[in-house]
Design a protein around this ligand. Sequence first.
Ligand code: ISL
Ligand code: CA
Length: 550
Amino acid sequence: MTDTLNGYTRRWWKEAVVYQIYPRSFRDSNGDGIGDLRGILAQVPYIKGLGVDVVWLSPHFDSPNADNGYDIRDYRKVMAEFGTMSDFDDLLGALHAEGIRLIIDLVVNHSSDEHVWFAESRKSRDNPYRDYYIWRPDTGNGSPNNFTSIFTGSAWQKDAATGDYYLHLFAVKQPDLNWDNPAVRHEVHDLMRFWLDKGVDGFRMDVIPFISKRPGLPDLTEAQRAKPQFVYSDGPKVHDYLQEMRREALKPYDTMTVGEAFGVTLDQTPLFVDDRRGELDMIFQFDVVEIDRDANGRWTPWRLADFKAIFSRHDAALDAHCWPTVFFSNHDNPRIVSRYGDDRPQWRERSAKLMATLLLTLKGTPFIYQGDELGMTNYPFTDIAQFDDLWVKGQWREQVDSGQVSAADFIQSQMKISRDHARTPMQWTAEPNGGFTTGKPWLMVNPNTDEINAARAVADPSSIYHYYAALIALRRKHPALVYGSYQDLLPDHAQVFAYTRTTDDETMLIALNFSDEDVTVDLPRGTWITGNYSDEVPALRGWEARVYKL
Ligand code: ISL
Ligand code: CA
C-alpha cells in the first residue's frame, strides 16, 4: 500500500463508506415504540451485509427530546429510552468485531436547557456556570438583538430567575454554549475524551461552525435575515477552537471527524478541512441539499445542469489537501428517491439505484442514510397532526396560524421538505408497523412497507439493498472510484450526468440518465462493469445507470 494515490494521502476514512443510523427510528427491541441500542445490535448482520465501514449514530445521549436528542441533558449518559451504557458498549464491541467503526454525534453548539450547567447558569448572575451560556440584560427594548432562531422566531428567551435573556440559535430548549469561556471548551474536550477512551472512532459534529459568535453580537442586516446561518457560521474564533480541539482532544486517537457545516460557503471550506490546518477531516457542505430551496428557503424545482455544476465547482475549489463528503440525505432531509429520483412505482427502484451509483462513485466519502438502501420514500402526509418535528410545528404557527399560508399549501410544501420524511421508522418487514416495533411506533410507518422492506430486499438478489452492496464492493476494488480525478463530460446536458474518475492506472466512466425517457448520448464506452439494467443497448433507458471501465 503506497501512502499516496493520485496526489491524495491515503486515509481509512477517505476509503470508507458510512451508514447513518437515527436510533429512534431504526429498530425497537422492547415494544415501547422507540428504536433503541439493542435493536441496532440485533441488526449488525444487516449493516455488515451492506458492506459499510463506519456507522454514524445520531445522538444517543440523555435528552428530554425537544429536538429528538439534539438537545443533550447529560453528555456521559445514554438516553434511557435507547438503553444503558452497557448496551452501548455491547454495540460498539459488536461493530468492532465486524470491522465496522463507530462515530457518534457531538452536539456542543448548544445543550439542553435541562443540562445541569444551564440549570445552574440560569439561577443567578453570579453563579459559577453563568458564563457557560450567552446572557444579555433586558434593557427594556425587547430582545438584545434581531437574531432569529433557525427554527423560527427570536433567538432570545427571557428567563424568569434573573430577567436576563439567553441566546438559542435553535429551539428555546437548546441554549447556546459560550465557547469564548475556556471552561466550556475544556468540558467539551473532556467529554470527547470520555467517549474516545471507550473506543469510539470519531465524531460527526453538529452545526460546529456556529460555536464562535461575532463579538458584540451585531444585528443581522435585512438581507442576512433570510439565511442567518451564513452569519452564525462565520465567527472569528471558530478555527482557533477547532485547532485547539484537535490538539487537546483528538490528537492521540485515530479518528475521523466530519463537521456539519451549515452556513459554510465553498470558499470557506478549505479553512475547515485543509489537512495542513489541523481542524476537521471533512465537512458536510449544504450546496447539494439546498438545490431545491429558493432564497427564502422555500421549495423550488431544480435543474440537473445546476446540480452537476456543484460537483465541478467543488472539485475545482478543493485541492489534494481537502477531502469532500458525498451525501444526498440524512435525518434532516426528505428521502433520496422522492427528491432526486422518481418515486412512482415504475421508476422507484431504477432511480434509487441510479442515486446509489452516483453516491458511491463521486469523489468524497459517501454517507448512506438508513432506509435509502431500501428505496424508502417520503411519507404521504395529509395533516399537521401527523408531524413530529418541532421545526414544522414552529413554521405552522408562524405561517398558518398567522393566516399567511393556507393549511393545504403548508402541507403541500412540507410534502417536499419536511424532516419527518426521513424519520419515519425503518421498514423491516411487511408485518404491522413494518416490523419496527411490536408496540405503537413513535412516528407512523409508511404504508408502503408491504412492498418496501428489508426482509424482501435481503431475499431478492436484484434489490436496491444488494445493488448498494455491489457498488460498495466495486468502490473497494477500483481505487479510481475513491481517489480518481473527476471530470464531467456533459455539463450542460439536461437529462444525462456522465463523468469519469481517473488515476494513472484506470479510468471509470459513469453514465446516468436522470429522466424516464430513452436518451442517446455520444460517450466512450469501454467495458460495461455494472448498472441498473441487466443488458446493454445503445440508448440510455429511463433512469438507467451504467459504470464502464475505459
Ligand atoms: O434541517 C435543516 C435543513 O434541512 C437545517 O436547517 C438544520 O437545522 C441544520 O442543518 C442544523 O442541523 C443540526 O442541528 C439541529 C438539529 O435539529 C438537526 O437535526 C441537526 O442535524 C440542532 O441541533
Ligand atoms: Ca425501545
